[in-house]
Write a protein that binds this ligand. Structure first.
Ligand code: GAR
Length: 213
């Protein structure tokens, strides 16, 4: 059975979605850069090994990346899953896990990398917003896109209402992407493009607001 390691920094709702999906893998460990991350409690409640690699205790970004990689490698994972992990990872780290490092980001990348994505989408007047699961490259919130979910954004949305609408789709998209990887259907080819065997292509479109009938 394949092994995955999940990295978190906080709440851990994506971790919960991965657990609820009963994926055909062993979650070998959940690692956080913050000791107070709520997701660590979730992991422990499921009997999953946890570890904290505190970024504040490391002398440099490179030292943090190296300590994190050492902790990850103890568990010999096939896949490393960033689930709300809020640290920027350096080149060497990203190269070490090339093709087996996934991230989820709460926007339709390449729009709105970074923080406060929901607020920025509302300020920009977007009618569509969403989330993206991607392979990680060295640039922030960047890399070959695996799956995106689009949701409507309304001018009178609050940031929290829009965030909740997106998060519900994160909890669908991320377990699906991880399952594709575990099933051997998802990979990065030599040109750095996503390969997904047997992908289903939806028709239709989401128009917001809806056209008159
Ligand atoms: C999620 O919305 C995730 O997309 C985002 O952090 C949140 C974590 O929530 N990740 C990023 O912004 C990465 N750039 P969770 O801890 O409840 O899964």
């Amino acid at each position: 059975m394949k092994r995955i390691v999940v990295l978190i920094s906080g709440r851990g709702s994506n971790l919960e979605a991965l657990l609820a999906a009963r994926l055909p893998c062993s979650i070998a460990a959940v690692i956080s850069n913050r000791a107070d991350a709520r997701g660590l409690q979730t992991a422990r409640a499921h009997g999953i090994a946890t570890a904290v690699v505190d970024h504040a205790a490391q002398a440099s970004r490179e030292a943090f990346d190296a300590a994190l990689a050492a902790e990850i490698d103890r568990h010999a994972p096939d896949l490393v899953v960033l689930a709300g992990f809020m640290r920027i990872l350096g080149d060497a780290f990203v190269r070490r896990y090339h093709g087996r490092l996934l991230n989820i980001h709460p926007s339709l990348l390449p729009s709105f990398p970074g923080l406060h994505t929901h607020r920025r989408a509302l300020e920009a007047g977007c009618r569509l917003h969403g989330c993206t699961v991607h392979f990680v490259t060295a640039a922030l919130d960047n890399g070959p896109i695996i799956i995106q979910a689009a949701v409507p954004a309304y001018p009178d949305d609050s940031e929290s209402a829009l965030a909740a609408r997106v998060l519900a789709q994160e909890h669908v998209a991320y377990p699906q992407a991880v399952r594709w990887f575990l099933d051997g259907r998802l990979s990065l080819d030599e040109a750095g493009r996503v390969r997904l065997d047997g992908e289903q292509r939806p028709g239709g479109a989401l128009l917001v607001p809806q056209p008159d009938r």
